[in-house]
Ligand binder design. Sequence first.
Ligand SMILES: [Zn+2]
Length: 196
Amino acid sequence: MKLGIKLLVASFLILNTSPAQAAPIYNFPISGCAVTYGKYHHDYPATDIFANKGCAFVAPITGVIDEVNTVDRWRGRTNLGADRGGLSISLIGEDGLRYYGSHLSKIEPNITAGYKVTSGEKLGEVGATGSAKGTKPHLHFGISYPTEKGIWWIRRGVGLENGKTSPWKYLKAWQAGKDLKPRLIIPATTPPEPKK
Ligand SMILES: [Zn+2]
């Protein structure tokens, strides 16, 4: 009987510390909604994830909120790079990379620069603000490396791995419940502002 209890306690401890039970490091950035997304993105590597307006944009990883833009200043006439994201949020993940979601319809009131978020925590809602005005609601999702504030051409997403890869394969992995860390080579100097 005593041995039986010991075995029961031992198996309970094993089950409780099993890595399979651990919370995921990475979460797919849209929760609770049907989504569609492809490998292609115009002009530079990023992924547009289509979902209904109001779907939850959640933190893909635990980290600290970097930049938040709560006002849609985009105008078609000027199409300024810094304004194209409309309502947007970036966060620096505990893996050292920056994650950016834009064209949001709403940002949660507690999401401000410096706020610590947990992977899977709601940040805002999918929309069509900024240069997505008039298009189907989607989350523009970009992965990059941390920079000074306002460097929109890096924040919007850079090529992963060999410099040309979009977040697509990582999104597929996270959607399937696999923790796959994006591989990204950080350049020695930040590239200058592009024309588009
Ligand atoms: Zn996009």
